[in-house]
Design a protein around this ligand. Structure first.
Ligand SMILES: Nc1ncnc2c1ncn2[C@@H]1O[C@H](COP(=O)(O)OP(=O)(O)O)[C@@H](O)[C@H]1O
Ligand SMILES: [Mg+2]
Length: 283
């Protein structure tokens, strides 16, 4: 489906970011050499190969993510979806290839990757909230510790973000007092607190009951509509169809098909994609 045109960056409510250390051992370095990415490209993975113990699980994968796009990655278990996401986030060393984020080199075969810090937000199937911290404290922690934002300011922002994900009533609750869906929304607010320019979701609803799945997907739709650039690994076909601009189908460590969501889902060009979709739809 067509949504309002994207491309308007969400207003940066960024508290002043302390300058980052530079150099090869530092984190993401905005001054690193520019890449061949077209303007408007947020993330560019080229020739990504990742092997574990000499077994290659990603083979020469290329993926370009333009600003404001929502990309759904589908594929069977073991296809390499999580590995791809971690490589794109600069969390995995590469055997071949490069990842550029916002035009600067994030990761390159042969050197240690430089994680982008909060500029790439990640949300996993497991929420991993700190159990001894309230929702607001979970959300304000990283801005305080990693960015030096003052407690009062970080707390106010955390409350705003929690309200944005529908948790205004739960800001002072501990994780054990929250449902899985609420905890996952806290995890999303926590990622947003670092003002990411890209959000990566790895099966964010796989651990949730259907009623909670819906509320998490609704938050993701809102984020997408606000102009956030999103890459999401999901098995939620409705979300892929209605919430994503583009679908990437992966199998055996390769991208098999990559195109507009509607095309890939309703008229897949490849037999492998068709088989996967038939199987998922018959479940
Ligand atoms: N840390 C690891 N060590 C060894 N093998 C791994 C590791 N992580 C993933 N793999 C293997 O890589 C392949 C792709 O895994 P993964 O990226 O998790 O797939 P998906 O997310 O599509 O299910 C699988 O065969 C998996 O067993
Ligand atoms: Mg996975």
């Amino acid at each position: 489906m067509n949504r309002a045109p994207r491309g308007t960056p969400a207003p940066a409510a960024t508290p002043s970011r302390p300058s980052r250390p530079s150099g090869p051992s530092g984190p993401f370095d905005p001054a690193a050499p520019a890449t061949t990415a077209r303007p408007g490209t947020v993330l560019l993975g080229q020739g990504l190969t990742r092997a574990y113990h000499d077994r290659s699980v990603l083979h020469q994968v290329d993926l370009t993510v333009p600003h404001g796009q929502t990309v759904a990655i589908l594929g069977p278990s073991g296809a390499g979806k999580s590995t791809l996401l971690r490589c794109l986030a600069g969390l995995e060393p590469l055997q071949e290839g490069t990842v550029a984020f916002q035009g600067a080199l994030l990761s390159k075969a042969g050197s240690a990757p430089r994680p982008a810090g909060g500029r790439i937000g990640m949300v996993f199937q497991q929420f991993n909230l700190f159990p001894h911290l309230t929702a607001a404290q979970n959300v304000s922690l990283a801005p305080r510790k990693a960015r030096g934002v003052r407690t009062a300011q970080a707390d106010a922002r955390a409350r705003d973000l929690l309200a944005r994900v529908g948790l205004a009533e739960h800001v002072d609750h501990y994780p054990y007092e929250l449902s899985g869906g609420q905890q996952q929304r806290v995890a999303i607010a926590r990622a947003l607190a670092m003002d990411p320019e890209l959000m990566l979701f790895d099966e964010p609803t796989s651990a949730l009951d259907p009623e909670f799945t819906r509320e998490v997907l609704a938050v993701m739709r809102d984020l997408a509509d606000s102009g956030m650039t999103i890459v999401v690994v999901t098995h939620e076909m409705d979300f892929a169809r209605r919430g994503a601009d583009r679908v990437v189908f992966m199998a055996d460590g390769r991208i098999v098909e990559d195109g507009p969501a509607e095309d890939v889902l309703t008229a897949p060009a490849k037999e492998r994609t068709r088989r996967f979709l038939d199987q998922i739809l018959s479940e």
